[in-house]
Write a protein that binds this ligand. Sequence first.
Ligand code: ADP
Length: 258
Amino acid sequence: MRMLEVSDLGHTYQGKDGAHTAIDGLGFSVEAGELVCVVGPSGCGKSTLLRTIAGLVRPTSGRVMLHGTPVDGVPSDLAVVFQDYSRSLFPWMSVTRNVEFPLRKLSRRKRAARAAEALSAVGLGKAGRKYPWQLSGGMQQRVAIARALAYRPALLLMDEPFASVDAQTRFELEDLLLRVRREQDTTILLVTHDIDESVYLGDRVLVLSKSPATVVADLDVPLGPVRDQIGTRASGEFVDLRARVAGMLQGNTPVGAR
Ligand code: ADP
């Protein structure tokens, strides 16, 4: 099933200094169960794209369809994980309460069960009573991921989710995402400016041009579902693909044009 379909999407911001087109004629689709990474230079319009898909920004042209329904406002079966974990958790709520927060419509028992399962999936099974400020940055981002997973969204959007943690934690969180995604069959669209991360995580990588962003290439990543930080990153396929993406980002050269 086609989970997400973005067609001819464009967005122009109207500011004091005039109009600025952030994305233009952007189109792609994501199948159920896929993990698709969007990579592009800083400022090219990645967050604008994500916010448009999340219904937080109304596009000035084009259309976003989420499992066959046009997105008009924030869809209820979608979750977003942002880069800034320190602002996405409620500091006065325990970890468990934070994860349960979007599940208010469920019974108390179901909420508790979902939160416990999601926290255990991210390796925080024993941290439920703690408060976010008692945890490291990497652990706080795990809580934000657990909250999104507990909600069981049809589509999980992630906006530079690992950009604010140190390199070692970043690797751990990338592997955590690959594992829970295999276990729970979640459909994920992840935005990053990090070429290596896009190839390491993605089943597909969408390469965006400089602003106004459009899709320069849609690449399959033939690395299989199980990856590891040392072996995969050293493999010939990984090295080739990251060089191709880097070349495209530098020259914005479409696939097959060289
Ligand atoms: P990225 O996520 O790739 O860094 P953004 O989507 O945040 O890019 O921004 C794309 C372009 O749109 C940038 O030039 C940015 O300055 C501009 N932009 C983003 N948000 C706004 C806004 N609310 N008003 C005006 N311009 C904006």
